[in-house]
Design a binder for this molecule. Structure first.
Ligand code: VGL
Ligand code: ZN
Length: 209
């Protein structure tokens, strides 16, 4: 498949903290880098997202007394999973994996920078109201089909895929270019939710046809 000018590759959160040795490591998260680099050269348009939290972010377990990572709490906007401190602005953990070829990507969309709201999705923060502006950007640029890759499949990739589809884009998730955290069956649940929403799950080899 030759990507058209209205196809866009979205590379979600391929950052040091989500790779082995990072603060919120996704098992084998770094393995997606060579494949995503190939996809970067295959597509004509590419966008990166970057999880970008201020110190003391409300999604950090350390911001709550007696809370441990992976516990959940109720915030104004609903249930929030608590995470280890990760992707703190201007730290090495927030930088992209050093081997990721970011140079010819057109936009870096940062998210999760409001202290009191987490943002898994590249389109809407976790309150489901606060927009990141990405829909407007993509529409204005004339993109209609989005190919999602990156970390983590069962959180930021999932939420971005569901919102992208809801916003009227055709969303395909390239599964072998993603890795999951997989807590409490979250990977199987993510796959079910994507299927229900009409998000297509493909393998990178499907693009060669
Ligand atoms: C993510 C948990 C917290 C992700 C970001 O990129 O999937 N997960 N922040
Ligand atoms: Zn985060």
């Amino acid at each position: 498949m030759t990507p058209t000018l209205t196809d866009c590759l979205l590379i979600i959160d391929v950052q040091n903290d989500f790779c082995p040795g990072g603060a919120l490591e996704v098992p084998t998260g770094d393995e997606v880098v060579p494949l995503i680099n190939r996809l970067i050269h295959h597509f004509s348009h590419r966008i990166l997202t970057q999880d970008w939290h201020p110190p003391g972010h409300l999604s950090f377990a350390s911001s709550h007394a007696q809370a441990a990572p992976l516990e959940t709490i109720e915030l104004d906007y609903g249930t929030q999973v608590l995470w280890p401190d990760h992707c703190v602005q201007c730290t090495r953990g927030a930088e992209f994996h050093p081997a990721l070829e970011t140079a010819n990507c057109e936009l870096i969309l940062r998210k999760g920078f409001r202290r009191a709201i987490d943002s898994y999705s590249a389109f809407f923060e976790n309150d489901k109201i606060t927009a990141t502006g990405l829909s407007g950007y993509l529409r204005t640029r004339g993109f209609d089909r989005l190919y999602l890759t990156g970390l983590a499949l069962d959180f930021c990739v999932l939420y971005s895929a569901l919102d992208g589809q809801r916003e009227g884009f055709t969303v395909q998730v390239i599964e072998d270019a993603c890795r999951a955290i997989d807590v409490d069956g979250s990977l199987a649940d993510a796959q079910r939710q994507m299927d229900q929403a009409g998000v297509t799950r493909i393998q990178s080899t499907d693009l060669d046809r």
